[in-house]
Design a protein around this ligand. Structure first.
Ligand code: GDP
Length: 299
């Protein structure tokens, strides 16, 4: 499948190493678990999720009296699927319009690209989409959003560079109402390394949305770059506390061996991964289905 092909590096770094380990191991002993642990950590599954998986495997091996290392792989697959969440978590965008999706994340993670892809997919589904250029900190961010909007065929509400993002969002909400927009997607700034306080700005944007449209934002999607591995975890903490994230979008899963980070994210925070990015094209954003993902990984 396409997903399977795109996950090739993560498969090599994780599943193929585990297969190789189970093939050359004669019995399930301490060394086996230690090597397995090292593989999981090396694939960015993270300390907590790795410990949890190893503990569960030890318990299962004992309980089921397993002797064949290969049987462990099957159980690992099951346990990983459980950590990834039981089922696909769709976007909450079928409320009274306009549904508001706020998109947050650090610069460079793929936020603009994700917004473009999402707008495209929602439009394909027959929804009326509007974008708000809420990253007024960089002129390039506004331009880039417009390029995507043109490609996809949706409108953008924008102000000048340096304008108050909350004012842009206020205007966008009025426009969304007037135009009977189904989904308003709000881009936001992602500068982390400047003195001006990004989190305060995002909170203010959120407050305006809440004030102008009770019940909104319907989604606050945090975009994370899978290639940054464990760094992505600290970003979850930061944004979750500041703006109340409702779901994760994990981008750039294609071409990275660090795809195991999706397990760390899913298990450590009480937050669903809702979408994954597996390439640069419009169709390379897809709903995250844990079962399908694990099957593609182990296929
Ligand atoms: P932003 O600064 O967060 O808005 O990031 P951009 O949307 O500009 O994306 C940064 C880079 O990541 C661009 O070169 C995108 O093409 C690339 N990108 C975004 N999503 C994906 C993905 O899922 N896979 C790959 N391979 N590249 C991606």
């Amino acid at each position: 499948s396409r997903l399977r092909d795109r996950l090739v590096k993560t498969r090599q770094g994780l599943v193929e190493k585990i297969s190789e380990l189970t093939r050359r191991t004669r019995e399930i002993d301490e060394d086996f678990f230690e090597e397995l642990e090292a593989i999981l950590l090396g694939a960015d599954v993270g300390v907590e999720a790795t410990e949890e998986l190893i503990d569960q495997l030890r318990a299962a091996v004992k309980e089921k009296k397993l002797h064949e290392p290969e049987q462990v792989q099957e159980i690992l697959k099951e346990k990983m699927a459980i950590l990834l969440g039981s089922e696909e978590q769709g976007l909450n965008i079928d409320q009274e319009p306009p549904n508001v999706v706020m998109v947050v994340g650090v610069n460079g993670v793929g936020k603009t690209t994700t917004i473009g892809k999402l707008a495209y997919q929602l439009k394909q589904q027959g929804r009326k989409v509007l974008l708000a250029a809420g990253d007024t900190f960089r002129a390039a961010a506004i331009d880039q959003l417009e390029v995507w909007a043109q490609r996809v065929g949706v409108e953008v509400i924008k102000h000048q560079e340096g304008a108050d993002p909350a004012a842009v969002v206020y205007d966008a909400l009025q426009a969304a109402r007037a135009r009977k927009t189904d989904v308003l997607i709000v881009d936001t700034a992602g500068r982390l390394h400047t003195k001006s306080n990004l989190m305060e700005e995002l909170k203010k944007v959120r407050r305006i949305i809440e004030r102008e449209h009770p019940g909104a934002p319907h989604e606050v999607l945090l975009v994370l770059d899978a290639t940054t591995g464990q760094n992505a975890l600290s970003q979850v903490k930061l944004f979750k506390e500041a703006v109340g994230v409702t779901g994760i979008v994990l981008t750039k899963l294609d071409g990275t061996a660090k795809g195991g980070v999706i397990i760390a994210i899913s298990s450590q925070f009480n937050l669903p991964v809702k979408l994954i990015g597996i390439g640069e094209k419009l169709e390379d954003l897809r709903p995250f289905d844990p079962g399908e993902f694990v099957e593609a990984l182990f296929a």
